[in-house]
Ligand binder design. Structure first.
Ligand code: ADP
Ligand code: MG
Length: 711
């Protein structure tokens, strides 16, 4: 597997010194209160070592600094109050014999009272709090009877257990108790001095950042004067210190990988191919200048004896597929096999069909390998692949199953590469260790950032849209204008076209399926009555997603109500309208991607961004600009590089903290530090590289998930 030209150390060198209290990379059971049962619970969340625990940050902070008097508070504020709990009273809840309600009053020194309520309180709560002097925190609401109350307040008895001024709260606290987590972390922090940083001190000093130990202590036990907003926003020097350390290791890995790739043997495909050029000549359209440039770059890479690692980046609809097909034919013409892997069956089918259509003559053998093939067909495809005969195979994940052998794989193409785990790329490449790799992505990353995050890949971009594409008018609409929007949708659909309605839901939201279904039902019985409306969301099984997309493509579904899962690469030329609800909640780059799904046929498209108020201003960029790269740049300026580190943008990068660095300038400096460091210590063998070696070993471990380090 992974090999970046050095060996991560295995000696005892990196474990704790004998003098230290315990080993930070060691098991959690060294910590107070964590026995085998709790350790097992935490292990399920991926928290195995003391270090893992230290890197589990609070999900929020409770501010106990300012105590208010009860008579001052108003409904809907979150307040800290002090007093005694009196008249605590437990009774069954109305309508449910099994659920019980604990309620009572918080009475402060001035005699003012506020009601406190718990549903299903554990039995000990009443005894523990009865008549004690307490601190209470929670959101104040006005009950139906007019009293102010706090439901499920946080309560501390300061005499026994004073809360920190800024009290961290952990998600895993639900699992093993907040108090216990804090105690364990407190003990673990004692070991944090010896977490070696990847970034040598001199660079850290140049960026004026605290040490890792200081940073961790700050995040877990913020000092009373800490800036709470900055803490919550991940914008403290402590956050930046962790992010910088991670990025430094990452940039080292990219530099090493780049060096390694340069030495890796590939295949040298002779300069060109008559067959591939004939394919281009016979296309029913003329290539854009950008496509020709990309082909020239790929041609040069394929000709070189080193392995190609190229990313072809271009807006949706910019025509990446024909470029990839040119490369595939080039490989085939030199006697090799080519594989094109797509994230869904529908896309794989689409490429397969495009290839057959565009290649016309049966001169080149091709096959489709997907999940549910009849046994005999499947065997036929596998035999064809195993034979090593030149040809192109299109497929999904099915291509990287164990039974597949492609002995003369010369070129591997991955479409929508950001949709695959980096692990998948490694597995595809493992089918042909010398094969050239071409990755396709419709996610624009500003050049500046690509230079840093993808510096181990060569990048070609298709900035230009093919000529003759219809324009997509982008219209910012207010909620009150929705009637007009829906009548436009109806009008387009009645002309035989198709429409998308996108809801601003997060894919991880448990209720997304319900929200989508409800929205669809509302449209069916309201504004879009009589139209055939389908739904799509991340919770649908893959085959149902495919089925819905097919129905939409074929017109059995006319309006698709969906979260953002709708297929990026899918070509539905009849889709001419898109309505994006709550548009302000999306990033500009993401809106641009969504909008790319319409205007792919011959008719003009209409994209409605529904938003109210101030948010409308930022959306103007989309009305004015149509080039993905420009919009990505605007996004970068607006929001900083943080979001672009997200898995969706750059492909699954093994970065957990990097988004805490907001400015590109720092990112570039860190890359330069990494280069500088490698010049002075190319093998990372010095004592000051100890932390870097350890961090790289970590990345390599994750490297099973990362093609960056594929050997
Ligand atoms: P994407 O880059 O999003 O993968 P595709 O490769 O699917 O885009 O191309 C979108 C459509 O544009 C396809 O139908 C394709 O045949 C067509 N196309 C590609 N290049 C050109 C061109 N130079 N001129 C006109 N149409 C083109
Ligand atoms: Mg595509």
């Amino acid at each position: 597997m992974a090999n970046v030209g050095f060996k991560p150390p295995h000696s005892g060198e990196d474990s704790a010194d004998a003098a230290s209290p315990f080993d930070a990379s060691g098991a959690l059971s060294q910590l107070p209160g964590i026995g085998p049962k709790r350790a097992a619970l935490l292990a399920e969340r991926g928290i195995v070592s003391v270090e893992d625990l230290l890197l589990t940050f609070p999900s929020r902070y409770l501010d106990w600094r300012e105590i208010k008097a009860i008579h001052e508070i108003i409904a809907d504020e979150t307040a800290v109050l002090a007093g005694r709990l009196v008249n605590l009273n437990e009774r069954p809840m109305r309508g449910s014999r099994w659920r019980r309600l604990l309620s009572g009053w918080l009475q402060d020194g001035q005699g003012a009272r506020l009601r406190v309520v718990w549903f299903n309180a554990p039995p000990h709560l009443r005894q523990r709090f009865a008549a004690a002097e307490v601190r209470v925190q929670g959101k104040v609401t006005r009950a139906a009877d007019g009293h102010l109350e706090i439901v499920h307040p946080e309560v501390y008895i300061p005499a026994q257990d004073p809360p920190l001024a800024l009290q961290p709260s952990y998600r895993i606290g639900d699992l093993i108790g907040q108090r216990l987590v804090r105690a364990a972390i407190d003990r673990a922090l004692a070991a944090a001095q010896e977490l070696p940083a990847a970034m040598p001190d001199e660079f850290r000093a140049r960026l004026q950042l605290p040490s890792l130990a200081q940073a961790l202590r700050y995040l877990h036990q913020p000092p009373p004067e800490a800036d709470l907003d900055a803490l919550r926003a991940g914008a403290t020097p402590a956050h930046r210190a962790l992010a910088a350390d991670e990025l430094f290791a990452f940039e080292l890995a990219l530099e090493l990988e780049r060096e390694h790739a340069r030495q890796r043997a590939g295949i040298s495909f002779a300069a060109g191919s008559v067959m591939a050029d004939r394919f281009i000549d016979r296309l029913p359209f003329k290539l854009t200048a950008a496509q020709r440039r990309a082909i020239a770059e790929i041609r040069a890479d394929m000709q070189s004896p080193a392995q190609m690692n190229r990313l072809l980046m271009g807006d949706v609809g910019s025509g990446k597929t024909v470029v990839a097909l040119w490369a595939a034919i080039n490989a085939v013409d030199h006697g090799y096999q080519a594989a094109v892997m797509a994230p869904t069956e529908l896309l794989a089918e689409q490429h397969y069909a495009a290839f057959q259509k565009l290649c016309g003559a049966p001169a080149i053998r091709c096959a489709l390998l997907r999940g549910n093939l009849p046994a005999a067909t499947r065997r036929g495809v596998l035999d064809f692949l195993r034979s090593g005969a030149p040809g192109v195979v299109f497929g999904t994940h099915a291509l990287i199953q164990r039974t597949v052998e492609i002995p003369r794989l010369g070129l591997a193409v991955i479409d929508e590469q950001h949709r695959f785990g980096v692990f998948d790329r490694v597995r595809l490449q493992a089918l042909g260790p010398r094969a050239d790799m071409l990755l396709l992505s419709a996610t624009p990353i500003p050049r500046s950032l690509a230079r840093v995050l993808l510096s181990n890949l060569e990048v070609s971009t298709l900035e230009e849209r093919p000529a003759g594409r219809p324009v997509v008018a982008t219209i910012i609409a207010a909620e009150q204008e929705l009637d007009t929007v829906w009548s436009k949708v109806r009008q387009e659909v009645e002309r035989g076209n198709r429409a998308y309605c996108i809801l601003p839901l997060i894919e991880s939201d448990d209720r997304q399926d319900m929200a989508v279904t409800t929205a669809a039902a509302d449209l069916r019985s309201g504004a879009l009555a009589g139209l055939r409306i389908g739904v799509m969301h991340g919770r649908l099984p893959a085959d149902e997603k495919d089925a819905v997309m097919r129905e939409f493509r074929d017109g059995k579904v006319q309006v698709l109500v969906s979260t953002t899962v709708i297929e990026v690469g899918i070509d539905v030329p009849a889709a001419t309208v898109m309505v994006i609800m709550g548009a302000a909640r999306f990033g500009l780059a993401q809106l641009h991607q969504l909008r790319g799904r319409i205007g792919r046929g011959t008719q003009p498209g209409f994209c409605y961004l529904v938003a109210d108020g101030a948010a409308r201003r930022k959306l103007k960029v989309l009305v004015e600009k149509t080039a993905g790269a420009e919009i990505a740049q605007a996004d970068l300026e607006l929001r900083g590089p943080g979001d672009l580190f997200g898995a969706r943008q750059a492909g699954p990068l093994p970065l957990r903290y990097a988004h805490w660095i907001r400015d590109l300038d720092t990112i570039l400096r860190i890359r330069d530090f990494a280069r500088e460091w490698l010049r002075s210590d190319p093998a990372l063998s010095s004592k000051s590289s100890r932390g870097a070696r350890k961090a790289l070993a970590h990345l390599l471990e994750a490297g099973s998930r990362s093609a960056l380090f594929a050997g």
